[in-house]
Write a protein that binds this ligand. Structure first.
Ligand code: FES
Length: 84
């Protein structure tokens, strides 16, 4: 399975790390579906565990090589840090 991330013209995936607040304390059941279900991997969806398109914010605002720290609504970057 391949994620739908950002790629350079040479096909190398751009990795952009972020910290987002997760408050869930357990799993969510995703029942088998007739159609594909897209599970959020960026942590920015407002409809977790499903992707709602919010990953576009990461593509627009995160920076390769920096750690983006999002506010508690997972909609705004409040700080960038160098990755360690
Ligand atoms: S992967 Fe997180 S909103 Fe799409």
């Amino acid at each position: 399975m391949r994620s739908a991330g950002n790629f350079t013209p040479a096909g190398k995936e751009l990795r952009m790390a972020r910290l987002v607040r997760h408050e869930a304390t357990g799993p969510v059941e995703v029942k088998p579906q007739a159609d594909s279900a897209w599970i959020c991997q960026c942590g920015l969806s407002q409809n977790l565990p499903f992707c709602d398109g919010s990953h576009k914010l990461a593509r627009q605002n995160d920076k390769p090589g920096k750690l983006a720290i999002y506010d508690k609504t997972r909609t705004k970057i409040v700080e960038f840090r160098d990755e360690v």
